[in-house]
Design a protein around this ligand. Structure first.
Ligand code: EPZ
Length: 420
């Protein structure tokens, strides 16, 4: 297992090219199961989650080739049962359920494994698939969904924390080949859902309203192949914007979509960070003294839960009190005790973290627990004096393409080391 050694205190400078979005690529790779024709997906980041999804599609019978930043999938013949262990390991793979049901009227996948950030049930996914005529049974750690016919219908997908992103994706992908019209109410509005709908429409689907809480799908008989370049990763872009702010540097983000990041950019500006936009390029630097801000995570277009941990690092450096409230996942503060090792002063009150900012961070060995927590620990290590060792960075490699190389090009003193 690898770790990262970071010597902090260097203001990062330069340009970084933002990769394709992990959370768009995964459901789009799953969507290729809906046709026997070849599909080509471009701007695919080199991530372990992408490799996992490729293995899962291959275990279902699809031919998958990865070449540079392009993935080609041909799902000529398919079987309805995916590799148990692979699917259990990567939660995001639950989004093969909808396309398998849509194409084969039968799907069997292992129930997603536990996750440190929350219970993450899939009840809303199953509710939507039942509404289309799916019969759902769970047995032996598997969920089985089968349907004699898939018939379009209305379904409301709002839950405890609002809409579900992959639930919306699953129901949309099952509905594209159903008979008649499906209306998804309280649908997730994330840009990744819009990108998926865009890809499905290129395959010949009839989807309108993606990006709004009401999505309407008119079923078609069959779908063809398509080529598609995925959207840039707004969470990676937000992470690099915060890298500029926490190191008091200046970073130009290339190939990002500022229009997908309004809530994050708004909070950065409120905190005293300057963001200058020209087209798809943004330059981020501190614009003077930092100010404490309160943040509450919400479904899109609110402040993304996937940037909560990284934003907390900026607040630990900012003199004053700030309150960060996590409304999407029940236990997404695993980074707090690790930031405390670096000298941060944060206390947890229910869904909120109270950050007493302005502490000087100093390097220490810390443990990554999940993808975004590990990104936050890297940011804290870049801001801290001395050396920070971030262990278990396999979490990081799941969602950030060669982040250590990208940071080194910006002047960071960071190196990947194998655990002794
Ligand atoms: C997607 O997960 C993302 N993953 C997550 O990113 C992201 O944090 C999340 O959306 C929220 O934005 C991918 O796209 C692969 P949800 P998803 O269903 O779809 C509850 C990252 O760091 N819920 O929108 O699994 C659920 O427990 C990852 O890249 C139900 O109650 O999330 C949560 O509290 C982490 N019942 C809330 O809804 C359900 O059936 C939102 O979850 C489904 C979800």
């Amino acid at each position: 297992m690898d770790s990262l050694l970071i010597k902090g205190g260097v203001p990062l400078q330069g340009e970084v090219l933002i990769s394709g979005a992990k959370n768009a690529v995964l459901p789009i790779m799953a969507a290729t199961l809906l046709t026997a024709e070849p599909c080509v997906i471009r701007r695919v980041p080199a991530l372990s989650d992408v490799e996992f999804m490729a293995e899962i599609l291959s275990s279902l019978g699809a031919r998958v080739t990865i070449g540079g930043d392009a993935v080609t999938v041909r799902a000529a013949r398919l079987k309805p049962v995916g590799n148990y262990e692979l699917i259990r390991k990567m939660r995001g793979s639950i989004c093969i359920l909808g396309p398998l049901l849509g194409r084969l009227h039968h799907a069997t996948v292992s129930l997603p494994g536990g996750c440190v950030i929350g219970t993450r049930p899939i009840g809303l996914h199953l509710k939507g698939l039942r509404a289309l005529g799916g019969e759902v049974t769970t047995e032996g750690g598997y969920v089985h969904v089968k349907a004699k016919r898939l018939i379009g219908s209305d379904t409301f997908l709002g839950g405890r924390a609002g809409p579900t992103v992959l639930g919306t994706a699953n129901v949309m992908m099952a509905a594209v080949l159903a008979e008649g019209v499906t209306t998804i109410e309280s649908a997730a509005c994330e840009p990744e859902v819009v990108d998926l709908a865009f890809f499905l429409n290129k395959m010949g689907a009839k989807i309108v309203g993606a990006g709004s809480p009401i999505i309407t799908v008119t079923g078609v008989k069959a779908l063809g192949g398509a080529e598609h370049e995925v959207i840039p990763d707004r969470i990676e872009a937000a992470t690099f914007a915060l890298a500029a702010a926490v190191t008091n540097g200046e970073i130009t983000l290339k190939g990002a979509r500022p229009d997908h990041m309004s809530a994050v950019l708004d909070k950065l500006r409120e905190a005293g960070v300057r963001v200058d936009r020209t087209g798809l390029t943004m330059t981020v630097r501190r614009g003077g003294a930092l100010r404490p801000v309160d943040v509450t995570t919400q479904p899109y277009a609110g402040f993304p839960t996937d940037v909560q941990a990284q934003m907390m690092v900026l607040m630990t450096l900012t003199p004053g009190l700030s309150i960060i409230t996590e409304r999407i996942f029940e236990s997404r503060f695993m980074h707090v005790p690790e930031l405390a090792r670096l000298g941060a002063d944060i206390s947890i009150e229910g869904p909120s973290a109270i950050v007493k900012g302005g502490q000087r961070l100093s390097g220490a060995p810390v443990m990554a627990s999940d993808l975004r927590a590990s990104a936050a620990l890297v940011l804290a290590g870049l801001a801290a004096s001395g050396t920070t060792r971030v262990n278990r960075i396999y979490h990081l490699d799941r969602g950030y393409e060669t982040i250590d190389k990208k940071l080194r090009r910006l002047g960071a003193r960071i190196q990947r080391v194998a655990d002794s």
